[in-house]
Write a protein that binds this ligand. Structure first.
Ligand SMILES: Nc1nc2c(ncn2[C@@H]2O[C@H](COP(=O)(O)OP(=O)(O)O)[C@@H](O)[C@H]2O)c(=O)[nH]1
Ligand SMILES: [Mg+2]
Length: 555
């Protein structure tokens, strides 16, 4: 299933879930909880495409054509003075006033909105870039580092003479000259005429080509839309249904579900903490690289020791990257300890006591004076897993079930008191058939190798960067210095991006392999047990099958 198919399937299942929830009474709580969580999720996961570029280049016209919204203000004068959001497909389009109309207030609004952009759509017209625009463009592409998330649109195509294809070719050549071949190759470019697109019969408008733009935006959205965002919706719905059904099933299964649910929450929280530790370290390195770039850039043309300074910076960045790795290792260790203590706390809870009591004595009465409710073999198997999960030691329950002469104390004795941190986590994994890779095995220091390698190109490029900054001609010299500054900033920024990407790749992989896999196994177990439960009414059965379908999309 590709991204759109997956998204479509999830949307359709979501609709069906709400249809069922609206039809049957008794599930109002679930419905309300689901809608509020999904609303919240939708708000923060939606991609934002911000339209920037020159005033009057046709930003509003393009948005109007895309959304088929005729009420958007379009003017040959400066029409938009504040930014405005429009919904389009799965994303938000943000119209801005644009820049360079001699209105600093507009420039400010535009740049504020740009900071919230996931994708930047930069709109120019057939006259392409002038000096002011090119500065603005480079600032966004390089200083704000949008070059990988930018789409360039050349609008008002029909204003020129010539065949469409030929025009595109000419414009592309000009663009290469104006903003550099390398940058333009990173960036998808669309040549359109949004004015034409607004007219009714598109056949008469060979320069329209809005479909090209739509396709290009689609690709860009697909590439940037984290699948995680869409999958999170499926995850939220399935999990909530499972939680709800867990309260509706009866007997042993109910307590068992509650326990599994509690364990799931504990591990989820640990996983979130691990992820935020990673984010924190990554953004620290990124910020450091960025500030090093700016600092060194400022010294171009004034410092005699720039080369040494750059060298020192790259060494420091190297050290800091390794420190970040050490910090993460320490944090992950702490989280293991936390997981251990949370699980043993749960082990001591009334819920666990009550659950395990059922399996403690298979004759006469248990300590509550009730006749024990001994389940079938499957119940014992799950109880056994739970026992291992909570650090009671695996095997204890099963051996009891087989009638081994074990006192009630055995469960406790083999339990949390004697378990050491990593043992518990490993035991938890073992109980669920998960093999962990130790964090050290995905040593990012190994992956990073030497950050100097990342920074090598900077050093190599320095002589070229500095070439010509000593020339006499003041204007040329200024230009050369500005170019060198930008270059240095860009190099450090790229280095920061590369290092953090490597951090995210390896630590992210570790987090998923460890906690993610645990969660998956627990969720599988819960679902299997709910599926076995026979006592759900019609609505429950329907929800159960929908949540199963959602899970199928998720694998
Ligand atoms: N010739 C031509 N004019 C257009 C096209 N698209 C928009 N315009 C005109 O350009 C002017 C500015 O458009 P607008 O969408 O308000 O630009 P914005 O300031 O970037 O939002 C308006 O008069 C539009 O009618 C086009 O494709 N071709
Ligand atoms: Mg406008």
């Amino acid at each position: 299933m590709n991204f759109s198919e997956k998204a479509e399937r999830i949307t359709s299942l979501k609709t069906q879930v709400f249809e069922v929830l609206n039809e049957y009474p008794g599930y109002e709580n679930l419905r309300n909880k689901l809608s509020s969580e999904l609303d919240e999720k939708e708000q923060d996961s939606k991609l934002r495409l911000v339209f920037a570029g020159q005033y009057s280049s046709g930003k509003s016209s393009i948005i109007s054509a895309l959304t088929d919204n005729k009420s958007i203000k379009i003017d040959s004068d400066i029409a938009t003075d504040k930014s405005e959001d429009y919904e389009w497909r799965s994303v938000t389009l943000t119209d801005t006033p644009g820049i360079s109309a001699g209105r600093p207030d507009h420039d400010k609004v535009t740049h504020q909105r740009i900071q919230h952009a996931d994708i930047l759509v930069y709109v120019v017209t057939y006259s392409l870039f002038d000096n002011v625009l090119i500065e603005d463009f480079k600032r966004l592409a390089i200083d704000y580092n949008y070059k990988h998330k930018m789409v360039l649109v050349v609008n008002k195509m029909y204003s020129e003479e010539g065949e469409y294809d030929q025009l595109c070719e000419t414009y592309l050549k000009n663009l290469e000259q104006q903003i550099g071949k390398e940058t333009i190759q990173l960036m998808p470019v669309a040549f359109v005429s949004s004015g034409n697109a607004l007219e009714e019969d598109a056949d008469f408008h060979p320069y329209g080509h809005m479909d090209d733009l739509v396709k290009l935006l689609d690709d860009m959205i697909e590439k940037n839309q984290s699948l995680a965002g869409v999958e999170a919706v499926a995850q939220i719905i399935a999990t909530h249904i499972e939680d709800e059904l867990a309260t509706k099933v009866e007997g042993t299964t109910k307590e068992e579900q509650l326990l599994l649910q509690r364990i799931e929450r504990v591990i989820s929280q640990i996983k979130k903490d691990a992820e935020s530790a990673l984010r924190e370290e990554a953004s620290r390195i990124k910020a450091l690289a960025k500030s090093m770039g700016s600092e060194n850039a400022l010294n171009v043309g004034t410092s005699e020791t720039l080369e040494e300074d750059v060298q020192a910076s790259s060494e420091l960045l190297n050290t800091e990257a390794h420190n970040a790795f050490d910090n993460l290792t320490a944090r992950f260790d702490e989280l293991d300890k936390e997981l251990d203590s949370e699980l043993s706390e749960l082990n001591d809870s009334n819920l666990a006591e009550q659950f395990f009591m059922r399996f403690e004595e298979n004759s006469s009465e248990n300590s509550l004076g009730e006749t024990p409710d001994i389940g079938d073999a499957a119940d014992f198997a799950v109880a056994n897993q739970l026992s291992a999960l909570l650090g009671r030691g695996s095997g204890a329950v099963a051996s009891k079930a087989m009638g081994a002469k074990a006192g009630a104390g055995l469960l406790k004795a083999s339990g949390a008191s004697g378990s050491s941190v990593h043992q518990t986590v490993l035991q938890v994994g073992k109980a669920l058939g998960v093999k962990f890779q130790p964090w050290q095995a995905v040593n990012i220091a190994k992956n990073i190798g030497n950050v100097a390698k990342v920074l090598g190109p900077i050093m190599a490029a320095l002589p070229i960067i500095f070439e010509g900054i000593d020339i006499y001609n003041e204007e040329k010299r200024e230009k050369k210095i500005a170019e060198a500054r930008r270059n240095i900033r860009e190099q450090f920024q790229d280095a920061g991006d590369q290092i953090t990407q490597q951090m995210k790749d390896s630590a992210g992989e570790f987090i998923t392999a460890k906690y993610g896999q645990l969660l998956e196994e627990i969720s599988k177990l819960r679902r299997a047990r709910i599926n076995e439960a026979q006592n759900l009414e019609t609505c429950g059965q329907k929800l159960k099958s929908l949540s199963n379908s959602l899970r199928e999309v998720l694998v």
